[in-house]
Design a protein around this ligand. Structure first.
Ligand code: F3S
Length: 401
């Protein structure tokens, strides 16, 4: 793989051991994927997991003196101060989160602790070359903004942030952004929740390849597109999709397929979506809690929940995960007060897949996100999947119909 003089010096350790480690990883990734050279990035996002392996790697770079040329935004862990007030936090988990925070601060990350940075702080322009990890972030910036990133791991995105470049391969190249699978959506798409279900259902039929959706409404909310990408990239490994007439690289079907024929055609029906929901959703009945925010809820979604809870009392615990910015907005706009008075909580900087939720293990909840149900299976949490409105109704009654 060709390296410039500066890149060779970075690899050889002239810029310090930390930069050299980052370059070694990037060169290895580039060689594995047949990249011919590196390309500079202008922004990045690291999906830190607040788990031992992630901590080990970032501390290794910090000890070797690395700092970020491009400061990445970072994923949520959990809000230690909040959970210490409301529930007990395990000592080991407390130590990991403190060390994770310290290491990412030292390396020069921007401590956003939010998994939808593409809606708030880290918004690329069309064509911008970036290094994003996080399953809802990569499809959003590739598909909705037309920026470019591969499906980075937290570690490769961190190395790219340190080195300020990535190997040029995959979705950074025009030819790999061409649509491959034509997906005709016959199922009704009337709400943001429908996009959650479409995203979780579609990869089974798509297989590998860049999907091009037809049959979707032209007017689509940011929340719908956030849901679609999060679920596509969880149920499959879809980091780029096109929607004809909606996303920037698909003004027409011909443009989406770069003038070529689709390699495959599939249809998604109402029945397909129902079948997938029956598999991932627990059975209706009594529930113990409601959990939202995978990905982090937007202020519009928080407002919807607050409107439904105004003057009501919840029968079960309700948790909303979001960014610190959205929580602050919710406070200013009165939504936080309404949700708190109903007995619910808004917690910022926190991911649903963290050990702070131990008090919910072995219980049954309700959520609008198949990704939430999928990730928490390993933590013995069970979810009935419904739209946000149906979830709120269930949380008020303590039961899903
Ligand atoms: Fe966000 Fe964690 Fe879900 S990072 S998308 S809340 S698994």
């Amino acid at each position: 793989m060709y390296l410039t003089g500066e890149e060779q010096q970075m690899l050889d350790g002239k810029f310090g051991e930390g930069v050299s480690i980052a370059m070694k990883v990037l060169v290895a990734v580039g060689e594995a994927f047949g990249a011919e050279r590196m390309v500079e990035i202008t922004r990045s996002h690291v999906a830190l997991s607040n788990q031992e392996a992630d901590l080990w790697f970032v501390e290794k770079l910090v000890k070797a003196g690395a700092t970020c040329r491009v400061s990445p935004t970072v994923n949520p862990g959990f809000n230690l101060e909040y959970f210490q007030q409301v529930k007990a936090v395990d000592r080991d988990d407390e130590e990991i989160i403190k060390r994770t925070r310290a290491a990412y601060k030292t390396i020069g990350a921007t401590l956003t602790y939010n998994c939808t940075p593409y809606l708030e702080k880290n918004i690329p322009r069309f064509g911008e070359i970036t290094a994003f990890s996080e399953s809802s972030a990569t499809p959003y910036i590739n598909s909705v903004y037309g920026a470019r990133t591969n499906r980075e791991a937290a570690q490769s995105a961190l190395c790219a942030s340190v080195a300020g470049r990535v190997p040029l391969y995959g979705l950074l190249l025009d030819e790999n952004r061409r649509g491959q699978v034509l997906v005709e959506v016959q199922a009704k798409m009337e709400s943001d929740f429908d996009y959650n279900m479409l995203g979780y259902c579609a990869p089974k039929k798509i297989g590998f390849g860049v999907p091009v959706f037809t049959g979707l409404p032209i007017k689509t909310s940011p929340e719908a597109l956030m849901n679609l990408g999060a679920q596509l990239n969880t149920a499959g490994a879809v980091s780029l999709y096109h929607i004809v007439g909606v996303t920037p690289e698909a003004p027409t079907i011909e443009a989406a397929f770069h003038g070529e024929d689709p390699e495959k055609r599939v249809v998604i029906t109402e029945e397909d979506i129902k079948q997938v929901r029956d598999v991932i959703s627990a059975e209706a009945g009594k529930i113990d809690f409601a959990l939202f925010g995978c990905p982090h809820l937007t202020i519009n979604q928080v407002a919807k929940i607050a409107r439904m809870l105004e003057g009501k009392k919840l029968a079960v615990e309700l948790w909303v995960c979001t960014s610190s910015l959205t929580k602050e907005l919710a406070k200013r706009m009165g939504y936080l007060g309404i949700i708190n008075r109903a007995g619910g909580h808004i917690v910022e900087d926190t991911c649903i897949d963290q050990p702070c939720w131990q008090f919910l293990y072995g219980k049954k909840g309700v959520t609008d996100s198949p990704k939430c149900a999928y990730y928490t299976e390993r933590r013995n949490m069970d979810f009935v999947i419904r739209s946000i409105s149906e979830c709120i109704e269930a949380a008020i009654k303590g039961e899903v119909k």
